[in-house]
Design a protein. Sequence first.
Length: 176
Amino acid sequence: MRVISGIYKHRRFEIPHTFSARPTTDFAKESLFNILANRIDLEDATALDLFSGTGSISIELVSRGCAHVVSVENNPAHHSFICKVMETVKTDKCIPVKGDVFKYIASCNTQFDFIFADPPYQLENIAEIPDLIFEGNLLAPDGIFVLEHGKSNDFKDHPHFTDMKVYGSVHFTFFK
């Protein structure tokens, strides 16, 4: 896993081979952050990374200047890895939370400037995630929510849909 830009640019972290997480590819991640650079100022922003997996998006957000990143991951080994990465770079700007994303969303009373969700592509209730984000009022005014998903999902009819970008098998749908 490579940090693309910011204060930790070019840092690499070895992901254990035993991990079941499907990290966002470097190409897709770099493309995503190039788009975001034109839409949101991440410097001093607050961010929420749901289904964090390896923490690749979380460390990229911290590296690019986010003031506060909450990283939610249910898998104990993955959560531990995220904690280790944040300890390695000696940052307190990321709060790794070990827990169920849906329970976190239901109990959260904080708004975020940027929300990223990368659930397992085969997750049965993936289509509910945008509704839960907006019903829970988790996105700050002028904030951006990005959902990573596979080709079998289509959110074009969602009232908060803005656009979708495709990079191979990776689909990023943007909501405001």
